[in-house]
Design a protein around this ligand. Structure first.
Ligand code: TMP
Length: 209
């Protein structure tokens, strides 16, 4: 049995945390060994980079700075958590990864996909997610949920057309990489969303239990 790299993606308020909790519960029940991390973040230094990226510090970040900080944090997380855990044959559950960079810095900010791909190769080598669960929801619905959680961070304060482009890029990628992506309609009831995720888990990871 080898490691399995599972990433969870989606726009703000799409229900990623609900999905991560459900996945952890399911894996615990099945006796599957897993670890959990998030991006940007996952190590002390990467969490500091996360604060730089998400807080309001009165200095505008250039799009390139934002891109490089995302990959700097990722490099730390890969080195300290993801690569060792995959080598130890665990399932690694990661709340966002490089697909978020393609969606937010590529789709949202309009940076070149080729530049992102260059950094992806540099930072990750051949490491790619085995499966990406995309929680797909209308950004209007997602942002209403995000606003209900409290003050918006630097990225959450973007305008709605930014999140429309983010969603579009995620959906484009799900079509380009159908083997990797499992798209969940996250606009339905909690029960409907859970049922969709459980079906995917059984199909993709059932044999590990
Ligand atoms: P979240 O963990 O609460 O979803 O917040 C992380 C934010 O960072 C979210 O707005 C998406 C953004 N992000 C990027 O823009 N690019 C990335 O590569 C990653 C991992 C996250």
């Amino acid at each position: 049995m080898s490691g399995f790299f599972l990433t969870i993606e989606g726009c703000e308020g799409a229900g990623k945390s609900t999905a991560v909790n459900l996945i952890k519960e399911w894996m615990s029940e099945k006796g599957i060994e897993f670890t959990e991390t998030r991006e940007p973040g996952g190590t002390r230094v990467a969490e500091d980079i996360r604060s730089l990226l998400l807080s309001h510090h009165g200095e505008e970040l250039s799009d390139t700075t934002e891109l490089l900080l995302m990959f700097a944090a990722r490099s730390q997380n890969l080195f300290h958590n993801i690569e060792p855990d995959l080598s130890a044959d665990k399932v690694v559950i990661c709340d966002r990864f490089t697909d978020a960079t393609y969606a937010y810095q590529g789709g949202g900010r309009g940076l070149e996909q080729e530049q992102i791909a260059t950094l992806e190769n540099l930072v990750q080598g051949s490491c790619r997610p085995d499966m990406t669960l995309l929680m797909d929801v209308d950004p209007e619905v997602g942002m209403a949920r995000a606003r209900g959680r409290g003050e918006l961070d630097r990225i959450e304060q973007e305008k709605m057309d930014f999140f429309e482009r983010v969603r579009e890029e995620y959906l484009n990628r799900s079509k380009t990489y159908p083997q990797q992506y499992e798209v969940i309609n996250a606009g339905g009831s909690l029960e409907q969303v859970k049922q969709q995720i459980l079906l995917v888990l059984e199909r993709r990871l059932g044999e590990r239990s």
